[in-house]
Write a protein that binds this ligand. Structure first.
Ligand code: ADP
Ligand code: ZN
Ligand code: ZN
Length: 699
């Protein structure tokens, strides 16, 4: 009889021991009995025969494990670092479990099919079940190989869809291989000649970064190895998918992200059985256990969707990707127009290699104008620019902040945003008791009557809401065709596509949108981008607020001038703010230099690593007691403890939330200490009420 540690989702950090009369490879999926119920688990490793009686493994799912030793190492390290059971990380490595999925061997590259009709037209058709599956697949993937689709769905259904004119055969061969510029070629060469060092390609949007990593990928594929490309946003993947397939007409390209339906398992199967050369995916794709990876690319490495924050484990896919590349011995390439301060710092310290690409290959760099406002919605300058742009027949993007939960306090005269004296992060205003609060250390002060910088008494609370902007736009430009684009208006992938379609067909003159409009959307006729309230993101209660503002404003600005001569107008109460200045000059370096010093002085990443511990409870008293109790337990830990403070969203889904912020010199030592405390504290301690986020992105 053999004994195995079996990890399962959401169970204690220690794995359970089960017996089995036979060998099982590490990483294999098995079924076990837990309190009379069948559960999927993962064999972590062999165990000694325990003192107590153990149950037997019910069934072995994977005769040969998909998880090799390298992957297992990554999984174990991640489980340790993010303080979750190994089984919980294992879960990420497999698609949602469905049995009897036949293993599909796809055919070589060939003809492709894509949808020919628009979404609204699609609704007019009546489809069979098989046809619907194909249409859904193509809505998700943009394009699919003819042979692949006929094989995985139904050949007859493909034929009938082609006959009905719903599908079209697409020729994606060889059309989109560009000749690299000398600058691009140099970058490719230096990446290939230094494969063991992480690389950052830094250049504005449109400077040819994608073509650079495509070329590196091409070299890697030709050497017989696989490529993993991580991209941030789901709405972008169909576009990028088509582009990638056109760039690699002879390679097999797959796509993987958690929002995929039935095709997710198929793509996973293809990837792990070595049938794909290139896997393109969002954050969850970093866990696909494909072998022989020669290159991992993270596009838009600054994007926050790489951090899983809504559910455990709260991992950061960029960090996981980097570690995976190290373990696998693959080339690791990050790409960004506005890298994270942490990443750029590593370049400056020499542990990453920095490649700058300055030229913009399409369009011209837009002209940026910063206007001082004292809190109104539209400056005269912005109004006249909107008017001119529409009259020229070009489109306007107006960027408005998302309705915020946190409201800043700001001086109308000099633009100063009130910050915590201890933590150097913006404080938020609390209407109920008229106070300003710091969500890091818990500091509270009464609402000041004068500005500490210029002495003005014009102290303003709060910002500008989306509705007011829309309302005002309609009043000022009654004839304009306006489209709102935010999460409330645009809920699903279909409405995204149809809106984007409408924008490219110039059905709208003015698009009013939140962050959503900033992500890589590429429309040639955007003549003007207006930023209504640039201070909104500067005032968020977060040490990254400057970085987010720089990234956001740079991205928003990048939307202008792709085809026509572009212009950007940024409204702020503080035009002298170093972040705003850096945006105005489009100078990442100067932003980096001011921000890195601030981070050093106040002890934030990359100089200290953070761990955020949140206590949640329906009873406010208990939430506070729990966090205070935990704080006393970790008093001797290798970190500085800030708080407890109210979380910026103090009450969420009828639970009160308090938080502690740990500043650590050594994250591994800190995590090790916390794990030991939690393990020792079994009586009267409910870890379910505590959320531990290592390397938090949102507070
Ligand atoms: P980025 O990734 O920096 O935004 P891309 O690589 O997407 O930039 O390049 C922007 C556009 O310019 C794309 O349409 C791309 O095909 C094109 N492009 C990039 N490099 C070249 C080149 N050397 N020759 C011709 N077109 C290029
Ligand atoms: Zn002031
Ligand atoms: Zn503070």
């Amino acid at each position: 009889m053999n004994y195995f540690y079996v990890g399962i989702f959401k169970y204690p950090i220690q794995s359970l021991v089960y017996s089995y009369d036979g060998e099982i490879e590490n990483g294999s999926r098995v079924f076990i009995d837990i309190r009379g119920r069948r559960h999927l688990g993962y064999v972590i490793e062999k165990a000694e025969k325990p003192e107590f009686d153990v149950k037997s493994i019910l069934e072995v799912v994977d005769k040969t494990s998909y998880i090799d030793q390298k992957m297992m190492l990554l999984i174990k390290e991640s489980a340790f670092k993010y303080m979750v059971p190994v089984g919980e990380v294992m879960d990420l490595c497999f698609p949602p479990f469905k049995f009897k999925g036949k293993s599909i061997k796809a055919e070589g590259a060939g003809k492709y099919v894509s949808l020919k009709v628009s979404l609204s037209e699609l609704l007019k058709f009546k489809f069979t079940v098989e046809e619907t599956k194909i249409v859904e697949f193509l809505l998700e993937n943009g394009v699919g190989e003819y042979a692949y689709i006929s094989r995985n769905f139904s050949k007859n259904a493909v034929k009938s869809l082609l006959d009905k004119g719903v599908l079209t055969l697409t020729n994606v061969s060889g059309q989109q291989i560009v000749n690299l510029t000398p600058v691009q070629r140099d970058v490719v060469m230096s990446i290939l000649s230094n494969p063991s060092k992480p690389h950052l390609i830094h250049g504005i949007t449109g400077s040819g970064k994608t073509e650079i990593y495509f070329d590196v990928a091409d070299n890697v594929v030709k050497s017989g190895k696989k490529v993993l490309i991580l991209v941030p946003e789901i709405i972008l993947t169909p576009q990028l998918m088509v582009r990638t397939r056109k760039r690699f007409p002879n390679a097999r390209v797959g796509m993987y992200h958690s929002a995929l339906g039935s095709s997710r398992k198929i793509e996973w199967d293809e990837a792990v059985s070595g049938n794909l050369d290139i896997l393109l995916g969002t954050r969850s794709a970093v866990w696909v256990p494909m072998k022989n990876i020669g290159l991992i690319v993270v596009d838009e490495e600054q994007d926050e969707s790489y951090k899983q924050y809504a559910m455990r484990p709260y991992y950061n896919a960029v960090d996981v990707a980097k570690r995976r590349a190290e373990i696998e011995g693959s080339i690791f390439v990050l790409s960004s127009a506005t890298p994270r301060i942490e990443t750029y710092y590593r370049c400056m310290m020499g542990s990453y290699e920095l490649h700058k690409v300055e030229e913009r290959t399409v369009g011209e760099i837009p002209e940026i104008t910063v206007v001082k406002t004292s809190g109104g919605i539209f400056s005269n300058l912005l109004i006249s620019r909107i008017d001119q742009t529409i009259k020229k027949g070009n489109q306007v993007f107006l960027f408005v902040p998302k309705k915020g939960f946190a409201s800043r306090v700001q001086c109308e005269d000099c633009g100063y945003i009130f910050k915590c004296p201890n933590c150097d992060v913006p404080m938020t205003y609390h209407k109920i008791d008229g106070t300003l609060k710091c969500h890091y250390c818990g500091h509270v002060e009464p609402l000041p009557v004068t500005c500490p910088i210029c002495g003005s008494s014009k102290v303003r609370k709060g910002g500008i809401g989306t509705e007011r902007v829309e309302h005002e736009i309609a009043r000022l430009f009654p004839g304009a065709r306006v489209k709102r684009m935010d999460r409330e208006e645009i809920k699903d992938i279909e409405s995204v596509e149809s809106t984007l379609d409408g924008i490219s067909k110039r059905e709208y003159d003015i698009v009013v949108g939140t962050k959503m409009i900033t992500k890589g959307l590429d429309f040639p006729s955007i003549g003007l981008v207006g930023v209504i309230d640039a201070d909104h993101s500067l005032g968020m209660p977060d040490f990254r607020s400057n970085e987010r503002t720089f990234q956001l404003l740079s991205q928003v600005s990048g939307r202008a001038g792709r085809g026509v001569r572009g212009e950007v107008v940024i409204q702020t109460m503080d035009p002298a703010n170093p972040t705003i200045k850096a945006v105005e000059k489009q100078d990442y370096e100067s932003f980096y230099l001011s921000e890195i010093e601030r981070r050093r002085a106040s002890g934030y990443p990359p100089f200290k690593e953070l761990i955020l511990i949140t206590s949640e409870n329906a009873s406010q008293k208990e939430a506070l007691e729990n966090i205070e109790r935990f704080k006393s337990l970790i008093a001797n830990g290798p970190f500085e403890v800030l708080g407890p403070a109210e979380s910026p969203i103090f009450k969420l889904m009828s639970k009160y939330r308090y938080q502690l912020l740990l500043k650590c010199d050594d994250i591994i030592a800190a995590v090790d200490y916390l794990s030991k405390v939690i393990r020792a504290e079994t009586i009267g301690f409910d870890p379910a009420n505590l959320k531990i986020d290592v390397g938090p992105y949102s507070f």
